[in-house]
Design a protein around this ligand. Sequence first.
Ligand code: BES
Ligand code: MN
Ligand code: MN
Length: 462
Amino acid sequence: MDNIKNYVQQNKERFINELIELLKIPSVSADSAYAHDVIATADAVKASLEKAGCKHVEICETPGYPIVFGEHIIDKNLPTVLVYGHYDVQPPDPMKLWTSPPFEPVIKVTEIHPEGAIFARGSCDDKGQMYMHVKAFEYMIQSNSLPCNVKFMIEGEEEVGSKSLGWFVEKNQEKLSCDVILISDTGMISNQQPSITTGLRGLSYVEVEVTGPNRDLHSGLYGGAVANPINVLTKMIASLHDENNHITIPGFYDKVEELTAAERAEMAKAPFNLDNYKKALDIEDIYGETGYVTNERNSIRPTLDVNGIWGGYTGEGAKTVIASKAYAKISMRLVPNQDWEEVTELFAKHFESIAPKSVKVKVSPHHGGQGYVTPIDSIGYKAANKAYTETFGVPAIPVRSGGSIPIVALFEKELKSKTILMGFGLDSDAIHSPNEHFGVFNYLKGIETIPLFYKYFVELSK
Ligand code: BES
Ligand code: MN
Ligand code: MN
């Protein structure tokens, strides 16, 4: 395995250039204007797997975007690793804030990435991280060191809720059978301190619509006499948190698991610098639920956040108007044991109940998914930790992340396999934001670390 370091050194230019080509295709799943590009990206991923040496690769059509499925079976008696990733990306908006165009990748040096980082939408989430697996596989084929069977399942709807993947997994349990699922779609603490994600939050995403009068009104003629839906909506939203920043929806916390003092003490050991955190975000102070520290607020505690709010006149100048309607998109991050469909119902019931008679309220669920926690004594976790220890020189720290990959809980339910989350991104890589980037160091380190996971997973499985 020593050779993986050499292999990466000798091929790094090509690895970077191949990723850059993939990043040029704008595979935005949320916007149908890009449908063509999303499909083209699936084809490109298929071709890359074939080129890396994967024996059987197919495009599996779904009611939505296709899933690229690859299979390389060397011996039915050996373990099977199923690699999951996604080739779709978030919309690039707001375009104005990008310092270089989102689909014209360039390498720039940053304070955190002195070796350079690839700036492009999807560089970190998840094309770059997914492609590390293709290149790690290529190495194992080239060096004849692949120790087990591999399956690849790369989808194109992760950023919009993985609807088709749920459908695909339920229908193809045999095809997808495996001993462990390996995903690089999360982050790590820093380039000096690797971590393994042991938890993901669940999600309930809803849209609300508040309707007042049946048409937009002159705010002088009618102002003060009829409910203004924007005023009402903002007041309703404000009431969803109390003075301690607890969420006020009845029943919301019923199933939330409280961690023990020992578990919280363990969490507190992960390196974290509050001053740097504030500095990086340019904020004077942090904010959140009373009784919990930052690293708990953003991982083991559920949240409710407005993601977007609109209504009325937002164009240039002033228009005196009381809008007929106001809208908001609201996400709730959930912790393991909270059921997302149940929480969605609790939200809808509560939101409707707090609306004054003067308006009508409509709640439309978008999508959601369950949270996930995984133990640290599994073969997969131990193998990942050994791999990181070897390439970074220090063991990985288990960390529960605040992000969501809803399909992970479904994998466990349908495929009965545990997922190992070997993420190589950093929180500062600006995923979903303008100027998303992925460190060249991180990309190459990922390619170097992944083959070791395979090696140790097979060794420890014996
Ligand atoms: N890769 C992210 C999730 C992530 C990032 C988890 C970093 C942990 C650390 C994924 O692509 C994502 O953005 N998920 C969405 C949910 C999805 C249903 C749209 C999210 O977390 O908002
Ligand atoms: Mn992702
Ligand atoms: Mn994402």
